[in-house]
Ligand binder design. Structure first.
Ligand code: NAG
Ligand code: NAG
Ligand code: NAG
Ligand code: NAG
Length: 395
């Protein structure tokens, strides 16, 4: 999910909750500025000796006390339905969304999604949902991978997320990370892979090159969860590339297996000016089997209580039409079937059919937090208030 609206000057937190792909960069990029080549007004016309002294990290001057989140919701063939469901569960007029169905999905499925977005009166009125029409081919495990964000679902969304984040510094990047790459050194860092998705229109698996490479010495490798919420300044740093680090690391990761589990982690932890903004958590509840298998297990009603107790706003992964999703809709989001999550921003005219709702988006900045806000606050306060928070970045 991303947004392609010109938003010059407005400063907002940019949480990207996704598994990263190269496509995200372009998407997110367009979110920031209408014309990226226009000189920034704060850069003076003097000729400095070092070009770096002209460049600096954008300051976060909040446009409003309430942050805005930008989501990338991405899926592949057969995910259309889950994608629509995720979008509705995450929707708030203050945010920005980009939905993406990769090239493997049929043109019909993509058209269906486009029609859904075009005919939902609210999306048309607010104009904050976009569909990427030029889809990307996404290869599982390859650098083109955008894993199933669909399987991430809001556990306690409502306006809770916005409410609680209103109080949190927008500098923070919620990114789970470690430099202890362990088995990944041999399995991930040394092998060299090629992702056909970079040059082919046909989907096929990544393949391995027979030679191995050594672990880099120009920067230190970090690894962690592919799910994250990043700040706008950091995303700008990655996309605008005034420093060469993000570009170099990106090129390095184009031959790396499961790059979504390392790219941003490595960039942020090697960038002195961003290192201290990391919060070592991915905001997700994920349940691994013991011993862990390659994938976490699908969440069911048996996981519900633990999921709730984790205080995390997101969870993965969910099967399609899984019963626990109904439970979340009903008990946590108070969302009617196919409807939006109630909040102060809309008046539900008493009709249970979303398409018939008369939404009045009068006061979208007065939030009506629920219990989820309290849970999220506990999680975030715990993370930021940890005794060794200041000394535990990027280790
Ligand atoms: C924001 O922080 C202040 C001071 O730490 C606290 O009193 C207040 O309850 C917090 N509000 C929210 C919404 O978390
Ligand atoms: C980051 O935090 C460390 C430890 O508190 C401090 O020494 C360092 O100066 C900080 N770096 C920046 C860029 O603020
Ligand atoms: C909602 O829609 C369903 C079918 O789409 C219809 O059967 C039902 O009567 C509608 N309910 C209301 C309250 O309009
Ligand atoms: C929205 O609500 C806030 C607080 O209640 C109020 O200050 C503001 O003026 C309202 N905005 C509109 C457009 O009604």
């Amino acid at each position: 999910m991303d947004a392609i609206k010109p938003l010059k000057k407005k400063k907002w937190v940019l949480p990207l909750i996704f598994s990263i792909s190269i496509s995200c960069f372009i998407i997110v990029f367009s979110l920031f500025v209408s014309n990226p080549f226009q000189p920034r007004s704060d850069i003076k016309d003097e000729t400095p000796i070092f070009v770096e002294s002209k460049l600096h990290v954008a300051e976060t001057q909040p446009f409003s006390r309430i942050p805005r989140l930008a989501y990338l919701i991405s899926g592949s063939s057969g995910d259309g339905q889950s994608l629509r469901r995720t979008l509705k569960a995450l929707y708030h007029p203050l945010n920005q969304y980009v939905v993406h169905l990769d090239l493997e999905a049929s043109p019909e499925e993509r058209m269906e999604l486009v029609n859904f977005v075009k005919t939902e009166a609210l999306f048309v009125q607010v104009g904050n949902v976009r569909v990427i029409e030029r889809s990307n081919l996404v290869t599982y495990r390859g650098p083109t991978m955008v894993s199933n964000t669909l399987h991430a679902a809001a556990i306690l969304l409502k306006e809770d997320l916005l409410h609680t984040l209103s109080n949190v510094s927008r500098e923070f990047n919620f990114i789970e990370h470690t430099s202890d790459i362990g088995w990944k050194e041999w399995q991930r860092a040394k092998p060299v892979i090629i992702d056909p998705g970079l040059y082919s229109r046909k989907k096929s698996d990544v393949f391995w090159v027979t030679q191995k490479r050594s672990v880099p010495t120009a920067f230190k490798l970090f690894t962690g969860s592919a799910w994250m919420m990043l700040s706008r300044p950091f995303v700008e740093y990655c996309i605008w590339g005034w420093d060469n680090l993000p570009r170099m690391v990106l090129m390095y990761y184009s031959n790396f297996l499961s790059s979504p589990e390392g790219y941003f982690h490595t960039v942020i932890c090697n960038a002195e000016e961003f290192k201290n903004t990391t919060v070592n958590h991915d905001l997700h509840f994920i349940s691994w089997d013991n011993p862990p298998k390659q994938h976490p297990h699908f969440l069911t009603s048996n996981d519900y209580q633990r999921m709730l107790d984790s205080n995390a706003p997101f969870a993965r992964k969910f099967g399609k039409e899984e019963g626990v999703l109904e439970k979340i809709d009903l008990e946590l989001l108070h969302r009617k079937r196919d409807g939006f999550v109630p909040g102060s921003w809309f008046e539900d005219g008493g009709d249970t059919n979303s398409t018939d709702f008369h939404y009045t988006t009068t006061n979208i900045t007065t939030l009506r937090p629920g219990q989820g806000a309290e849970r999220l606050k506990n999680l975030i306060n715990g993370l930021l208030g940890a005794k060794d928070f200041d000394s535990k970045h990027c280790i």
